[in-house]
Design a protein around this ligand. Structure first.
Ligand SMILES: [Ca+2]
Length: 317
């Protein structure tokens, strides 16, 4: 049923998505892609917290899976909850570049620098491999024309409504780690939709699709493919649910943006529409009546060339 095929290989290995409703299962094999880095754990994320020294004998296992046939054996370290996980040396693989350590459960790229903590459970981190033949293209959410077209999109904050350019936040202090220094938030009204009208120079299957997200207002925020929809040419992507944990309260420390590999998608030649849709009435906080992540950018790893003719760079003027 979906055209959006998740890419088994990569995904599964990556743990991406296939969950749900009928999409594709995960297979596993790693061809590779991975995303960049961040992930994970959303765990203790208080942002720029200084990591503790890594424990050598902790209660929880972190398994580093190199994620390809013929690769090195997995390595296991043990840490205690909220001890920092030490980043191993980046592995290498012929024909691929390393995109980070991706959390198996949800496609989140583990951020060893800013959110290096485990939750209170074992975790498997898989190497995210990007074939050398695929290039990364980034599409900044703040350039979506729909934010400022007409009178501007209406959104909501914890203390009321907002509109148009006010939905675009600036990473003034750099502690959000936002791509291009800007991001979009306040999409906390059911129906709020960010639309990216992309153009591919040729059709391509299994384009690796990642998105860079953060969260605000509530300490624990779970995002599922039911409450926050990602549609590719009108087909919803069955990505695995993920949870932001330990999000600082309003006015507190920033929760850094990190990358999530949502799956593999198929693009057709010509126009392709990507929509990110807030589709719930789950109270986030205060007057923010729907739950959604903050959105920094989309990332695609493809062999074709993808452009975005309607990107509205004047949104951040
Ligand atoms: Ca951005």
């Amino acid at each position: 049923m979906k055209k959006v095929t998740l890419f088994p290989l990569i995904l599964s290995a990556l743990v991406l998505a296939s969950c749900g409703g009928g999409n594709n299962p995960d297979t596993s094999k790693a061809t590779g892609l991975t995303t960049q880095d961040k992930s994970s754990d959303t765990s203790h994320a208080t942002g720029l917290t200084t990591p503790n020294t890594q424990a050598t004998e902790g209660a929880y296992k972190v398994t580093f899976d190199y994620n390809y046939e013929g690769g090195p054996a997995s390595e296991v370290v043990k840490v205690n909850a909220f001890d920092a996980v030490k980043k191993p040396a980046d592995p290498t693989r012929t024909g691929y570049r390393f995109g980070g350590w991706m959390k198996e459960a949800d496609g989140h790229i583990f951020d060893f620098e800013n959110m290096p903590f485990l939750e209170d459970s074992d975790v498997t981190l898989k190497a995210f491999w990007i074939p050398d033949s695929l290039k990364e293209t980034v599409f900044e959410a703040e350039y979506c024309a729909c934010i400022t077209d007409g009178l501007g999109m209406q959104g909501s904050t914890y203390s009321g409504g907002t509109q148009g350019k006010a939905l675009i936040g600036e990473d003034v202090y750099g502690d959000y780690h936002a791509s291009n220094d800007f991001f979009v938030h306040f999409l906390y009204m059911k129906g709020n939709t960010l639309t990216f009208d992309l153009v591919a120079d040729k059709a391509e299957e299994n384009v690796v699709f990642a998105i860079r997200l953060s969260a605000e207002y509530r300490e624990t925020i779970e995002i599922t493919n039911e409450k926050w929809k990602v549609k590719i040419n009108d087909e919803a992507l069955a990505y695995k649910p993920f949870t932001f944990r330990h999000v600082p309260p309003q006015g507190g420390t920033r929760y850094p943006f990190t990358d999530y590999v949502l799956g593999n998608i198929n693009l057709k030649e010509g126009e392709n529409k990507i929509e990110l849709i807030t589709d719930n009435d789950e109270l986030l906080y205060g007057t923010a009546a729907s739950t959604a992540p903050m959105i920094d950018c989309l990332k695609m790893y493809s062999g074709n060339t993808i452009t975005w003719p309607t990107a509205k760079e004047s949104n951040i003027d």
